[in-house]
Design a protein around this ligand. Structure first.
Ligand code: SAH
Length: 262
């Protein structure tokens, strides 16, 4: 590898560089490589994870917002040079690169925008069969949690409607430079074989988001803005709080609402 000066971490970009090679390898190895030929790494930084992706039988693309990191990657990973997208993942139209091809997403994400990265992935779900990434541990656990848990919420329900979510392992702050304040967690999402919902999908997002805005209230109260009929609101499901409903119950609830308002 070329003798390049290191990138100095920038706080506002959520830069915490992973320095443990075996953890980088474990994250790269979490992908099954089945059902796609391309992978997109978000926020490669100095490429600790990228170099293990490049060893695999798959085409690796990276998207990185930081010019200094992009320079470093160009100088140190010559075979990656024409697949570096110097853009903001949240704003960039990925169809320009992938057209309608499927691709996996992977990364040690900038924690300040990790939920937004997940939401954008959910929007792109028709093209993303697999997603592996490092989040703040608390966020990773929330995404994978089940009904009844204190941390079960919008991220859990929306993700698990389309993906099987598995929490893989915890990573301590000490393996990063600079170390973050909290533990990190790596999770793997595998898209469900049938990921089309049997209800209006836009309405499903609205019901879940509105329901959890007041998580201590019954759905009868929190879903008032939908102007539902008294007849429907008498259904026992409306006496529950959002955190008690499983993903499939949220889908059922959306179908009930759909029939009622149409
Ligand atoms: N993957 C590297 C770096 C992780 S730090 C490692 O594990 O060491 C997070 C990385 O995301 C940084 O390189 C940061 O510049 C980049 N980043 C932050 N916001 C971004 C955005 N909106 N789009 C793309 N990359 C971003």
């Amino acid at each position: 590898m070329a003798n390049q000066h290191q990138v100095k971490a920038k706080k506002h970009l959520g830069q915490h560089f992973l320095e443990d090679e075996s953890i980088a390898q474990d994250i790269a190895d979490s992908l099954s490589l089945k059902g796609y030929n391309d992978v997109l790494e978000i926020g490669p930084g100095m490429g600790v994870l990228t170099k293990y992706l490049l060893k695999k039988d798959i085409t690796t693309h990276v998207i990185e917002i930081d010019t200094e990191s992009v320079e470093y990657l160009k100088n140190n990973y010559l075979n990656l040079a024409d697949r570096i997208i110097e853009k903001d993942f949240l704003k960039y139209d990925l169809n320009l690169v992938f057209k309608d091809k499927p691709y996996a997403i992977i990364g040690n994400f900038p924690y300040n925008i990790s939920s937004q990265i997940l939401f954008k992935t959910l929007e792109l779900r028709h093209q993303i069969p697999e997603f592996s990434g490092m989040f703040q541990k608390e966020v990773a656990m929330r995404i994978c949690s089940k009904e009844g848990s204190k941390v079960y919420g919008i991220l859990s329900v929306l993700t698990q409607a389309f993906y099987d979510a598995e929490y893989l392992f915890t990573v301590p702050p000490t393996v990063f430079n600079p170390p973050p304040k909290v533990d990190s967690g790596v999770l793997l999402l595998k898209r469900k074989a049938n990921f089309t919902l049997p209800c209006d999908e836009k309405l499903f997002f609205r019901v879940v988001k509105t329901g959890f805005q007041q998580r201590r209230k019954t759905l009868r109260n929190s879903l008032k803005t939908f102007n539902l009929s008294d007849n429907l609101k008498a259904n026992t499901i409306f006496g529950q709080r959002p955190e008690q409903l499983s993903v499939s119950q949220f889908i059922e609830l959306t179908s009930l609402i759909e029939n009622d308002i149409n």
